[in-house]
Every structure is written in C-alpha cells, then in structure tokens.
Write a protein that binds this ligand. Structure first.
Ligand code: 26V
Length: 822
C-alpha cells in the first residue's frame, strides 16, 4: 500500500516529464523558460534519484527482514563515472525519458553530457570496484560498499605545450546521487597512548585514550541493479571536526584561529584521493585516511550485527568483509581491538572470528606497490593497533616455528615486521595472515603470487587458502550503455536483452559470423562509432583523422610497465618506414590512427616524459605532408570513465602490451573485445584467458613470456644484450632532434641503455613490430576481420563481472541472493 503514497513513482513518459518539471521549478527554483541543459539534467537526475531511493528503501527493508549474511566491499577507490544514463538503462526507462526530455526541447545525450564523472579512483582497481557493485546489485546480493567521500577525485589532466598539467577535480558542486546521513556519525580517534591496567579478576585490559578525535559522517549512494528492484548502498565517509565540547570551548573563548585550524585538519582527511597507481609513497595522511575509513566502516558493520543480538561467534555467519587490496588491512586489527578491548572476548576466540570474516584480493605483484608502513609513524598514530599487530605477529611466528622448527630464515622472511631501518609493517602479510582466503585477479597473476611474493605463505597455510577469481566487467555499462547500437543489434539477433543478465548467451551470435548482411551491419556500427570519435578528436584537438583508417588505441594509466613508450617507439618506427617508401609503396599501406590516453601520477617523472614524447611525435607526424592520412597520432586529454565509454566502441585494435608478468589482469582488454575490437597484447594478465576463450587466431600476441623475464633482465645487467636494431634507429632519430630538443627524452633513452631496460622494450620490439605488420595484413580482409570480431564477441561471456561476483559469493563469501519484491 505504501506505493500509493509514493508520489515520485513514474512509469510513463508523461509522469517522467512531470517529475522533471516539478524538480526544475521547485527543487531548483528555476522557471522552465530559462531552463538550460544543466538545469534540465539536474531535473532529470533528481527525478531518477527519487525513483532509486524508493527501491533503495525497499531493498534495505527486505535485507533486514531476510537477516542473511551480507558482504561488505571495502575499497579506497570507486571509479563510478556518470550515473544518470546507467540508472535509466538499469531501470529500463531510458526510452521514455528520451522522449520525455525531447518534448521539453532537449536531447538526452546533451543532458547526460552535463554530468560530472564521479572519479574517486585511479584506474583498474577502482573501476573494478564499480563494476562489482553493479553486479552485486544486478544479482540481488545483499552487499554494501564502503569508501571515502573525497572532496577532490583524481585530478583533471590538461595538456599544455605537450606536457601534463594537473588541475583539481572539485566534483561536489551539484551531486544529486548522494544522501548525507546527518544522524550517522562515528567519532574516530588518532594518536594518544595506551593505558594498561589489571581488572579485579586478574585479567589485563588495554585502553587506547587521549588522542585527537575526528568525526566521520556517512553519505549514501544508491546502486541500482539491472532488471531488478535491488538497489544496494555505497556508503562513503566524510571527515568533520568532532562536535566534542572541546572545540566549542575554544571557539567561545575567542580562539577562533585554532578552532578553524582544527576544523581544517579534520576535513583534510577526506579531502583528496592520492593520485598514485601502483606505487606506495607511505605518507601519514594516507594512513590516517585508511584508519578513518576502516574504523568508521567497522563501527557501522558491528552496530548492524549487534542489533540481531546474536552470539559473537556467529559474526562470520552474518558478515563477510572483502579487502580490495591491502589499503583496508587495518580492518583486521580494528576488529581485533573491538572484540578484545571493548567486547572483552579472549584473544583466540576473537582471532577465529576475525580470520573467518575477511578475504583479501591482491591486485599487483610490483614490489614498489606493496604497502609498507614505517613502525615509528604507525606507533605515533595508532599505538594500540601496533601492539595488536605485534601480538598477531608473535602468535603467527610461534605457530610457524612449531611447524618448521629452527628455520630462522623462514621466520624473518614471513614476519609482518621487516627488520629494516626504520622497521616497516608489511601490510600484505598482515592481510594474508588475517584472512580466510587470498585471491589474485587472473590465472597467471594468481599463480605468480603463489610462486613468488607469497610463496612462503603457501607453504605455511597450504595451497587452498589461495585462489583465483578472474576479473570481469559489467556488460550493462560497457556494452549496453557505451555501445547502444551494438547492443540493439545483438538483441535483434538473439531475440531479447537476456544476454545482459547472462552474458554466456552471446554464444548465440557465432552462427551469424559469416552472414554477409550481419557483418555489414556489425561493421557499419563500428564505423559510426569511429566517426563519432573522429568528430570528438577534431573538435577537441583540431586533428583530422580518417574514420576508415585502422584505429589503434592504448588508454590506461601511464606506467613504464604498461609500456606506452614501446607503443610510441613503434609509431616512430612506422613513421620512419613510411618516410623511406616511394609514393607507390606508400599507396599500398594501411592508414592508421594511433590514439593514446591516460594520466601520469604527478610525481612520476618518467611517465610524464612518455606523455611528452607522444605529443611531440604527434606534432611532427600529423603535420608531415608526405604522410597525410597514412599515420596520425592523437593524445586524448583527461582520459576517464566517460571517455572510455566512447573510446572502447571505436577501436579496431587496442594495445595491452605490459611486460609479461606485470599486469595483474587488465580490464579494458575485456571492454575492447566486447565492443568488437581485436587486441595486440603480451602473454600477461587476463590476455591469456581472453586468448583461451576467443581462440588464438583472433588475438595478436607477441613478446617474451613471464617465465623468461628474469633471465632477460639478468642478461641486460651483465651487458650481454645489444639493442634491437629497429629500436636503435628510433633512438637515433629522437637524439637527432626530429621530435624537438632531445635532452627532454634523455631519461627514456637512458632507461633502455644504462638503465638495463628493466621492462624489456628492446627484447620485445622486433616481435612487436612484426605483429603490427600482421595486423595491417589482417585489416585488409574486411570480411575476415568482421568474422573474427563477431566470433570473439560471441565468446566473451566469461568476462562479465557477474561471473566474477558469483565466484566470490560461492567460494569466498558464502552468501546468497535476497529477493526484493518490485
Ligand atoms: C596501489 C597503491 C599503493 C599505495 C598508495 C596508493 C595506491 C593506489 C593504488 C594502488 C594500485 C593497486 C594495484 C592496482 O590498481 N592494480 C590493478 O588492478 C586491476 C583490477 O584488478 C587490474 O586489472 C590491473 O591489472 C592492476 O594493475
């Protein structure tokens, strides 16, 4: 009956219009006659939000009633992108919303384009968290995400004179997708000291007291599932000064300045997302962010559990907590502190509860990305937590000593505390020891962590603790929303949109792979997506590209291990070959557009140099009249989720060319293939499983294997590897000044020579170039290309994040879906 009273429900075009107009006129206090696109977007978003919040309430009620085990996904990053389009599509009301706003005189694309990306993440790890939230809701799992509400998301990238410049991303001006919960606050303490005393019964109690207190305020973001009423919650914490009397006293006594300083110090905690991807810097503020978020989330989770009045031992039957990388590992320590210091459970009972509750996902093997905290820094900020870590370590090392007596080396290798100067806490080891399951994110990666960085722990805990869950992407955003024409064509062939819920149904496309008229429709859609990208490139950079050329795209964070430098060296090599050709030879070449995009961490000088080389090459090549349309080079500024949404559908070829063994999974590789592009890649991350699924004749693999990397590096160190001749030519050309002052690029050349070519660019260069030649040949045969992309798409079912989430639910979390009546 509540439905009757829900004034904001709408299920027709007219009702949607009415709600949009109502919000424009009343919520926004604007007249319809001076309603611009931003106001119209805002009205549409508020109308959509009302609908979501009704389903959100229903879902939370159903979950409380069902009283089943829930999963909490703890991630410092959620790279959500835009919400309006996604919500309209997930709720299947896009069609009448489009009509509705068009009668009001607007085009829905223009309104959608007004929305600011929610960019609370760096790259793969944060976007994976967002895909997982979509799948959790779409599969009706009772799940919450917990994160930080950064005032500034990942910086906006501008390219000025060919260089990256970072601009702050203030995104909260108008954000209709969040609800502040002024009643949900938690006081979080830092610093202080530990007071130890003996109770009457003789037991010792440790109390952490006397520190600085900051308040966490909850903001809730509704997460709508596709084809279900389930609308889950993403809770983001914002930091504020605590409302304790102390501040008021200062303020009242006229000490305004110090009171304002306190306020700023508190608000700084959730002010900004650290813009590093795959590199650990170890700053105190980052540790403060981690504890602030973990402590608030655990307080919330424990409060919810306590409402059910169950015994503590049932906690792991009601609660699963997934650690997205090591960033929330303090949750293990905080739960121990709650159970032992506050709830007075004995250590062993508390430890059993804790280790049954957590799961840890590792996302990288790069040593420079493994989190380590200096003991003195940690001791000062979280004194009681350090004691608990020492105790966890002591009991762990004692158990190892019992199983492997007299192996001093083993003990020092697996100790949570590394005996360096200063000592450091190895967060990954703590995460492993405190979790029930540890997983990698693609098969090769999960094998590598077992045989390299975590080898000793496999020996100690046995192999069953370690498992693989290959990443996936949500087909709702990455097919249906990003590529509506392709999605509609697939629906026409398969008879329904059921493939969006069960992506394995794509296999039904394979029988049309040789159907000429289907191939034509398929390639026409690709062409239109390329035209759209060509227009965007023209409008934003002034560069004209031919949409019939082969579009070759590499978009991801800029990092030496991802080898954008190899790509641009390859482009230079192609340029040199074209220059050396006769007119007749040139006429036979396949025209190419090499498109790059991605952010460099602000302090990562080498990555910034790579960007500068790409822009320098583009200035030279694009203006060379000998070359014309045969080669264009484009750097897309400020690559983000909403740009990925129009880049993925517009590729013929995308590049996933990391040094073998370095890219844990990659997820854009999946998005590009799902949108009818082929890939050139190394035997790394999920490329390997993509190959297995789609067939090796449909992927351009090249380069050395992970198992050979160590020997190759060794050879470089002892000066036994001459540089690849084609790469030598490229370096000579750079040093001649063809792309401007060569000193600018000296670091890149140095890395290949004296630097020992750690990422093996030279070793892979010949096979990289020859594989690009194969790509050119293959692209000439349009029918075969169409066939291969259709077959590839038909075999991509495995890479849905729904499959990944079902694996986590069954193998790690032990949770079941909850039906929510719609
Ligand atoms: C690490 C650190 C270290 C401490 C400082 C801040 C910070 C921020 C981000 C990270 C990155 C963690 C690793 C990561 O992003 N891995 C990526 O995860 C993707 C999803 O599993 C995967 O597809 C990519 O291959 C992998 O690089």
């Amino acid at each position: 009956t509540w439905k009757k009273f829900a004034a904001t429900e709408f299920s027709t075009k007219e009702e949607f219009q009415r709600e949009v107009v109502r919000h424009v006129e009343t919520t926004l206090a604007r007249s319809l006659y001076n309603c611009d696109e931003l106001a119209a977007y805002s009205g549409a978003a508020l109308a959509m939000r009302d609908k979501l919040i009704i389903d959100w309430n229903k879902t939370q009620q159903a979950h409380t009633l069902a009283d089943q085990k829930r999963v909490y996904y703890l991630s410092l990053e959620f790279l959500m992108g835009r919400t309006l389009d996604n919500a309209l599509l997930n709720r299947d009301i896009k069609d009448y919303a489009v009509e509705g706003v068009s009668e009001l005189g607007f085009r829905m694309e223009d309104l959608i384009d007004q929305e600011h990306d929610a960019a609370l993440g760096n790259g793969g790890l944060g976007r994976l968290a967002a895909c997982f939230l979509d799948s959790l809701a779409s599969l009706s799992y009772p799940a919450w995400g917990y994160g930080l509400r950064y005032r500034y998301g990942i910086f906006k990238q501008e390219i000025i004179d060919g260089y990256q410049v970072e601009v702050p991303d203030y995104w909260l001006d108008f954000n209709p997708w969040e609800f502040p919960r002024h009643d949900i606050t938690v006081d979080i303490m830092f610093y202080g000291y530990v007071r130890r005393y003996t109770e009457d019964d003789g037991s010792t109690v440790n109390i952490w007291e006397g520190g600085e207190v900051v308040q966490a305020l909850a903001y809730d973001v509704p997460i709508p599932g596709y084809g279900t009423s389930t609308t889950n919650n993403l809770r983001l914490w914002s930091s504020k000064p605590s409302t304790g009397e102390f501040d008021f006293q200062k303020f009242n006594s006229g000490d305004y300045e110090s009171s304002v300083r306190d306020q700023q110090r508190a608000e700084t905690i959730s002010a900004v997302l650290y813009p590093n991807d795959n590199i650990d810097v170890g700053k105190e503020l980052r540790l403060k962010q981690q504890y602030f978020w973990v402590a608030a989330s655990l307080y919330d989770i424990v409060r919810r559990f306590k409402k059910s009045h169950r015994a503590w031992t049932e906690f792991p039957h009601q609660v699963a907590i997934q650690l997205n990388d090591t960033h929330p590992t303090l949750a293990i320590v905080e739960l121990m502190r709650i159970l032992v210091d506050k709830e007075h459970l004995d250590w062993d009972t508390a430890w059993n509860i804790t280790t049954e509750t957590f799961g840890y996902t590792n996302h990288t093997v790069l040593p420079e990305a493994l989190e380590k905290w200096s003991v003195p820094l940690f001791q000062n900020l979280l004194p009681r937590h350090l004691q608990i870590i020492y105790d966890i370590n002591l009991f762990f090392l004692q158990s190892v000593e019992r199983r492997f007596p007299k192996d001093r080396e083993l003990l020092s290798r697996v100790s949570i505390i590394e005996e360096s100067n200063p000592q450091v806490i190895r967060m990954a080891y703590l995460a492993i020891i405190g979790s029930k399951k540890v997983n990698g994110v693609a098969e090769l990666h999960s094998d590598l962590i077992k045989t390299t960085i975590f080898k000793d722990f496999v020996k100690i805990f046995g192999p069953d603790k370690f498992t693989n869950v290959t990443n996936g992407v949500t087909p709702r955003r990455w097919l249906h929303q990003a590529n509506p024409q392709l999605s509609a064509l697939i629906k026409e062939k398969l008879g329904s949109y059921d493939f969006l819920k069960d992506l394995s149904l794509l296999s039904g496309l394979e029988k049309f792979a040789d159907d000429k008229s289907f191939q034509k429709e398929w390639m026409d859609i690709k062409f239109r997506n390329k035209q759209r990208l060509a227009k965007y490139i023209k409008d934003t950079t002034g560069i004209s590209v031919n949409p019939s050329a082969l579009f070759d795209i590499q978009v991801k964070r800029i990092h030496e291990y991802k080898r954008q430098q190899m790509n641009i060296f390859g482009v230079i090599s192609r340029y040199l070959s074209l220059k050396a050709m006769t007119k007749e030879e040139r006429a036979k070449q396949v025209p190419r557009v090499s498109i790059f995009g991605g952010k460099a961490a602000p302090g990562y000088w080498m990555a910034k140099t790579i960007i500068r080389l790409i822009t320098a090459v583009s200035e030279v090549v694009n203006n060379d009249v000998d070359i014309g349309d045969l080669l264009k080079v484009v750097f897309i500024e400020d690559y983000n989720v909403s740009k990925a949404e129009f880049l993925c559908p517009a590729s013929d070829l995308s590049e996933h060319i990391s040094t073998a063994g370095t890219e844990a999974s990659g997820t854009s590789n999946m998005k590009f293939v799902l949108n009818g592009g082929l890939i050139i890649g190394t035997c790394d991350g999920a490329n390997i499983e993509i190959t297995r699924e789609i067939g090796e004749e449909r992927i351009f693999l090249f380069g050395n294997l992970a198992e050979d990397v160590e020997d190759l590096r060794h050879a470089h160190r002892y000066g036994k590897t001459p540089m690849d001749p084609a790469l030598k030519e490229v370096c000579d050309e750079i040093q001649k000044g063809t792309f401007g002052e060569p000193g600018v690029f000296a670091g890149l050349i140095h890395a290949l020579t004296e630097g020992g070519d750690y990422y093996l660019v030279s070793d892979d260069f010949a096979s990289y170039l020859s594989t690009h030649k194969l790509v050119d040949e293959a692209f000439k045969d349009t029918a075969a290309w169409a066939h291969n992309t259709i077959v590839a798409v038909s075999r991509m079912g495995f890479f849905t994040s729904d499959r990944a989430i079902n694996e986590y639910a069954d193998e790690i979390w032990n949770i079941d879906p909850v039906k929510v009546d719609g």
